[in-house]
Design a protein around this ligand. Structure first.
Ligand code: ZN
Length: 379
């Protein structure tokens, strides 16, 4: 089993602005924690320095006019009316200095990871900066400028691969779903807080694809408050049988951690225990695996969860003591973080909310089993 960690020390040099919730520094914090646990010098693992994607690679998914606008925005200035039709401007998708450089570096890292897998160099490759699942062909959305996932999947499709995509970010993976909504070559599955309560307001059960793609888009909306129990049972009941029936050549996963209890942007209650179970189930598929990051706005959660994920990918999770390494703790306290241990305390919902969450979930799962399972051949 061979793994690759694709990373750039330049990731943390970019900033969306002091008040923006997406903090690239979380990537350095994750790197620090992974290194603190000595998980970068494993015998079967390689560290790969990320390189920027070029324009042709970005054009695997994005329109050339949109790429040009992002490139122009790289200076940190773009006339308001020029950026508006492309989703750029004050708010979610700011025009910050280096926005193009940042976006091509993230996409380049995901493509390098995809290439290593496609060429059989490694079995699993992880790019923690990737997973920018909201961007569309000519539109920035939800802090995402270039959709590194759609770009990488397009790259892999050129080799005739069948791809299964699993997205556990608390927000619906709308950009990836939209990119492959009418094909049966890509099965997209998103588990997220219901669009009735959260951005981007899509991702309902009945969105199952169109044309040849009918049955190949799967959505599991969760009632706000969903915890480890709800998310893990949805995964076991629906995601596992679908992936087994679809038999993809490559698994692509978006491992956003904004479904965590203490995340400031959403309302779900995932902990490291549920998250680790999800990642362990992904590993058990035993498929070539392109693993990407995603959302996560409490940066201590990000570092702890993705360190656990990387450990699971390398079969080392049992070796990690709960005491955080001293080198990490000093860096974390400098950033105002106070998580004392690697793993969260166990969390249980109160009975009323638990009933509501599970009842709503049951409805969604029943719909998927009735409408989608027969098309994919899942049982
Ligand atoms: Zn998110």
């Amino acid at each position: 089993m061979r793994t690759a960690f694709v990373y750039s020390h330049d990731f943390a040099s970019y900033s969306y602005g002091p008040t923006h919730p997406l903090k690239p520094i979380r990537l350095k914090l994750t790197y620090d924690l992974i290194r603190g646990y000595h998980l970068l010098d494993l015998p079967n693992s390689t560290f790969v320095e990320a390189k920027k994607a070029d324009r042709e690679e970005i054009a695997l998914f994005h329109s050339s006019e949109y790429i040009e606008v992002i490139e122009e925005a790289n200076s940190g200035h773009l006339p308001y009316l020029q950026g508006l039709p492309y989703g750029l401007g004050p708010g979610d998708n700011p025009v910050f200095p280096g926005v193009y450089d940042w976006s091509v570096l993230v996409a380049g890292a995901t493509l390098q990871a995809a290439r290593l897998i496609q060429q059989g160099e490694v079995d699993t490759a992880f790019n923690i900066s990737g997973g920018l699942h909201h961007a569309a062909k000519s539109l920035a959305s939800g802090f995402c400028y270039f959709n590194d996932i759609a770009i990488a999947i397009q790259y892999l499709l050129q080799y005739g691969k069948r791809i299964a995509y699993i997205d556990v970010d608390v927000h619906h993976g709308d950009g990836v779903q939209g990119a492959f909504y009418d094909t049966d070559q890509v099965l997209t599955i998103s588990l997220h807080e219901s669009g009735y309560f959260l951005f981007p307001g899509t991702g309902f059960e009945h969105e199952i694809g169109q044309g040849k793609g009918i049955g190949y888009s799967v959505n599991i909306p969760l009632y706000p408050g969903a915890d480890d129990e709800a998310v893990v049972s949805a995964f076991l009941e629906v995601v596992v049988p679908l992936i087994k029936a679809y038999q993809p050549d490559i698994l692509v996963t978006q491992l956003g951690v904004d479904a965590f209890r203490t995340d400031p942007l959403a309302h779900n209650n995932l902990t490291t225990h549920g998250f680790s179970q999800l990642v362990t189930e992904m590993r058990k598929f035993d498929l070539p695996w392109l693993a990407l990051g995603g959302g996560g706005y409490q940066i201590g959660n990000v570092a702890r969860a993705w360190t656990l994920a990387w450990a699971i990918m390398n079969h080392r999770e049992g070796d990690l003591p709960d005491e955080l390494p001293a080198t990490y703790l000093s860096e974390a306290s400098r950033l105002g973080l106070s998580d004392p241990r690697l793993r969260d305390p166990v969390f249980r919902l109160d009975a009323d909310l638990r009933d509501r969450v599970l009842k709503e979930l049951e409805k969604s799962l029943r719909y998927i089993k009735r409408e989608v399972f027969p098309i994919i051949g899942a049982r």
